[in-house]
Write a protein that binds this ligand. Structure first.
Ligand code: ZN
Length: 433
């Protein structure tokens, strides 16, 4: 069955137990494959990738805590957040004092189950609401985790959409969080629906779209694709936290003034006005790898409320109620605007010396309606600023008009042969053949 909206897909993916590796990730990618052409790839455990090693594959089947009378206290089947991610197996009877050393809860959010992982140190643990933990009676408890580590694989998904040009836009999202809706199923489902939209359009740029586990996934992917990505990538985004009803925010690339940064600032300024901007000092997701020194890709992150800024962050309150269908649609629409702005951004030069006589070309209507007044303002400003040096994004910014409103005028000016495009052709220009 096809999921028809980002929210439907999010609901379907929500219960799966994802992690850095394992069958929950494979199942997540399999469901996404029903919607978009996704290639699933696997990197063996133990692979050395730059300074890191791909960890063993982790899978979990069952886990619970029971009291001495056999009453279930916590059950993994009710919520996969109950088990610390990458927990070792355990099957023991232990007193409460010892159990306490393996429990995690949030005193400030007594009804929430925290999301805790231990990827690179072998231990076991349970996460539970603080209120439940405080009510535990002294005595013995049975703890059971049926999990295993094995030499397996890190699984990721990749979708490549060829465009007119070999130059690329990178979209990356992470699939390693279990039942957490905003961070980051919201990013996953918005990415899927962006791909569906891109598939329906003629594309100038090619698109490289990644569904990877955070950090180790981007490092492992960069390890085998860095040279071509450095050569081809003109813009890129990490999609995360796309589904709460907070205002838009943007975390810029390390450079701070790449095409990605300029496009998002321009779109947000014209579409929403007020938004929060974070510098790279407040980074937290895969832009840390994509923008690292020597990698230097132009990658930022357009979000709603940034991870870490909302109380539901990394606990069970980041659930299907916290994310709204409408918010997902709005974020999807905003990414479509940003990608459209980048697709349309070219450098043009006016061909006449002094102003062209617009009336001669039918570009100066005799009847002035509010719409035509606005259009005339854009025409007059564009012919005054298209000097072949600044790109359209920069010109639109200077003249205070939205790039997508400038484009119909650009199309007219091109049709009347009043402007010409200044080539960006290099070794990465149009794909031949
Ligand atoms: Zn997270």
């Amino acid at each position: 069955m096809e999921e028809n909206s980002p929210y439907d897909l999010l609901k379907k993916l929500f219960p799966l137990c994802r992690s850095l590796t394992g069958d929950g990730n494979r199942e997540t990618l399999r469901i996404i494959q029903e919607l978009i052409p996704l290639k699933v790839a696997e990197i063996p455990s133990g692979s050395e990738v730059f300074d890191w090693t791909v960890p063993q594959e982790w899978n979990i089947r069952d886990a619970w805590i029971k009291d001495s009378r056999g009453n279930t206290i916590v059950d993994f089947r009710n919520n996969n957040l109950h088990v610390m991610g990458y927990s070792a197996a355990v099957d023991q009877k232990i007193p409460l004092e010892e159990l306490q050393q393996h429990l995690y809860s949030l005193p400030q959010l007594p009804d929430a189950i925290p999301y805790i992982t231990s990827y690179y140190k072998e231990r076991w643990g349970f996460c539970l609401p603080h209120r439940l933990r405080e009510n535990l009676q002294s005595g013995d408890y049975f703890v059971y985790i049926d999990s295993e580590y094995k030499a397996g694989y890190l699984t990721y998904g990749e979708c490549y959409l060829p465009g007119e040009e070999a130059r690329e836009i990178l979209l990356s999202t992470y699939i390693c969080h279990p039942s957490l809706a905003n961070d980051n199923l919201s990013g996953v489902v918005v990415t899927v629906f962006l791909v569906k939209w891109l598939l329906s359009l003629p594309r100038r740029y090619s698109y490289r779209i990644l569904f990877i586990p955070e950090t180790i996934g981007s490092i492992a992917y960069l390890h085998s694709h860095l040279a071509e990505m450095k050569e081809k990538t003109v813009a890129g985004f990490v999609l995360t936290c796309c589904g709460d009803t907070g205002g838009f925010s943007y975390l810029s690339s390390r450079n701070g003034n790449t095409l990605s940064d300029r496009a998002v600032r321009h779109v947000l300024k014209h579409k929403v006005g007020k938004f929060t901007e974070y510098t790279f000092l407040e980074r937290g997701s895969d832009e840390r790898q994509f923008c690292s020194p020597g990698v230097d890709l132009p990658v930022g992150s357009l979000m709603r409320s940034k991870y870490g800024t909302f109380p539901q962050y990394h606990n069970s309150l980041d659930n299907l109620e916290f994310v709204h269908a409408q918010a997902l649609e709005e974020t999807l629409a905003m990414y479509r605007e940003v990608l459209s702005a980048i697709e349309l951004n070219r450098t043009y030069q006016i061909k006449t010396l002094c102003e062209p006589r617009l009336g001669k070309y039918g570009l100066y209507p005799s009847v002035s309606t509010p719409k035509t007044i606005d259009e005339i303002r854009i025409i007059n400003n564009l012919v005054a600023y298209l000097d072949g040096k600044k790109d359209l994004l920069a010109v639109a910014e200077t003249i205070g008009s939205y790039i997508l409103d400038c484009f119909p005028v650009i199309a007219q000016l091109l049709e009347k042969s009043l402007i010409k495009e200044i080539g960006t052709e290099g070794s990465l220009g149009k794909v031949s053949g």
